[in-house]
Design a protein around this ligand. Structure first.
Ligand code: NAD
Length: 486
């Protein structure tokens, strides 16, 4: 008998496939967007926004100060009364128009999102921008059906709402905030994050193109001080914040005793639980999607991987093999899986926590790859031999770093998953539907995915338990934070 000849292993390589940014026309400088117009900031201040993959300045951006905020509140209050008085169907038409214009400018928005934030173009093109438009479509539909969404209860808008968003999904978070607020008849003042203001400013242009009445949406770029001043401004009736738990607590304290509505969407340390009966290959893809999507800059990232002991070795081996196939590099390249870390400051945070993981005795493996010379980068990293008390098992890293722990029984998996001050999301990998429901019902997490991860839909409510915040965004539940029930 002749032996089967050994096959030559095929190795695939990729040619560069950069998305062209030639047609993107950005201004050299952006002001504040108030009363339907761009204007120089009254603060007289500006700061650059920088491409984290090249460290090159893209544009100068206004830093709004207290006078800008007071002006925005004044024009928003005047606009809100008229906006709320419009027939609901008409409000819906404006949202629909914004959604259509976002679709028309989708390619430009995706490129700018990637240049400003560092995320792979594949993600901004296929996930961030389409989902942002879908959010506006969804709430365009709700505008004249609020009574159904609010179970027939009498309601009225808050008035002027202040909305503060982080840098990890800049346009998507803006859409999550603006679309329900406007559908419910509020005027909104949005503050984008200091490192990623550009797509919010393009959205301001879209509001102009959609002929949205001036003052209904204001965009005030700026830093943490701008956000802090906006939260404390007179004339604001509600604050909606997405960002870190520390800043969320600060905002909650600042609003104590004031009749100002508040929703907080904060951090997380979400458990991705793999049972021994799961399809292991599918679970490994889900683990990768759960933690390396957007370089791990995801509030609901599956950063705590809990694997049943009987399959732990197999999962670890397959995960490590899969991780080595991830392509890190130019975010504008269509083949890139892992882009640039959003800022030098964020890179430092990741490095500090990874060093703590090593110091505390966990075993670190980082994918060996060439990091570009300029920009901020961190290669995909797996920690094993992790104990539940290690900082890398407790604190949010917000980077491409997964900490693997094991469990023996279902009860232990639930206990370990809930052993966190956070409670944003969780993943369950099993082929038993009954087990998935049983476990999901005992998890303290706002979102639970079964046999998938990081799957978002405008019709589904998203939000946290415990220190991951309160209030829901998305679906009918996302209307409730934007009305007062009378
Ligand atoms: P951050 O809290 O530092 O900043 C978020 C926003 O708040 C920015 O616009 C910032 O300028 C502003 N800000 C900073 N200090 C402020 C203050 N004192 N008062 C008012 N505003 C202030 O968070 P970040 O580092 O930009 O974002 C990462 C965090 O956001 C992570 O913890 C992540 O989990 C969380 N996040 C949560 C969700 C969610 O839906 N739960 C979504 C995305 C990000």
């Amino acid at each position: 008998m002749t032996a089967t000849p050994e096959r030559t292993r095929l190795t695939w390589d990729y040619s560069p496939a950069p998305e062209s940014a030639d047609h993107v026309r950005l201004r050299d400088a952006y002001g504040v967007f108030v009363d339907g117009e761009f204007a120089d900031p009254r603060s007289g201040r500006a700061a650059p926004t920088v491409n984290p993959a090249t460290e090159q300045e893209i544009a100068q951006i206004a830093v709004a100060g207290e006078e800008d905020i007071a002006h925005a509140v004044q024009t928003a209050r005047a606009a809100q009364a008229k906006w709320a008085a419009l027939p609901a169907l008409e409000r819906g038409k404006y949202l629909f128009r914004i959604a259509r214009l976002m679709q028309e400018r989708a390619r430009e928005l995706a490129i700018v999102e990637t240049m400003d934030g560092g995320k792979p173009i594949r993600e901004s093109r296929d996930i961030d921008i389409p989902l942002a438009a879908a959010h506006f479509f969804h709430y365009a539909g709700w505008a004249d059906k609020l009574a159904y969404g609010l179970a027939g209860r009498a309601h009225r808008p808050h008035g002027v709402v202040a909305q503060i968003v982080p840098w990890n999904f800049p346009l998507l978070m803006a859409a999550w905030k603006l679309a329900p607020a406007l559908a419910c008849g509020n005027a909104a003042i949005l503050k984008p994050a200091e490192t990623t203001p550009l797509t919010a400013l393009l959205l301001a242009e879209i509001c102009q193109e959609a002929e949205l009445p001036p003052g209904v949406v204001s965009i005030l770029p700026g830093d943490g001080a701008t956000g802090a001043a906006l939260v404390r401004a007179e004339g604001i009736s509600k604050v909606a914040f997405t960002g870190s738990t520390a800043v969320g607590k600060n905002i909650q304290a600042a609003l104590a005793g004031r009749d100002v509505g508040l929703t907080l969407e904060l951090g997380g340390k979400s458990a991705n639980i793999v049972f021994e009966d799961a399809s292991i290959d599918q679970a490994v893809e889900g683990i990768v999607q759960g933690i390396f999507f957007n370089q791990g800059h995801v509030c609901c990232a599956g950063s705590r991987l809990l694997v049943q002991e009987s399959v732990a070795e197999q999962v670890e081996a397959k995960l490590w093999e899969r991780m080595q196939k991830l392509r890190l590099g130019d975010p504008l390249d269509k083949n890139t899986d892992v882009g640039a870390v959003n800022s030098g400051e964020q890179l430092e945070r990741i490095e500090t926590l990874v060093a703590a993981g090593e110091d505390e005795g966990a075993t670190r493996r980082t994918v060996a790859c060439d990091l570009p010379e300029r920009g901020h980068w961190f290669a995909p990293t797996l920690f094993t031999e992790v104990s539940p008390v290690h900082r890398i098992a407790v604190e949010e890293i917000f980077g491409p770093v997964v900490s693997m722990l094991t469990f023996r029984t279902q009860a232990e998996a639930i206990e370990k998953a809930n052993n966190s001050k956070y409670g944003l999301a969780a993943g369950i990998w099993t082929d038993k539907g009954g087990k998935a429901f049983e476990v999901a019902s005992q998890l303290q997490a706002g979102v639970v995915w079964q046999n998938t991860y990081n799957h978002f839909d405008p019709t589904a409510a998203f939000g946290g338990y415990k220190e991951s915040g309160f209030g829901r965004e998305g679906g009918a539940a996302g209307l409730r934070p934007y009305v007062r029930i009378s």
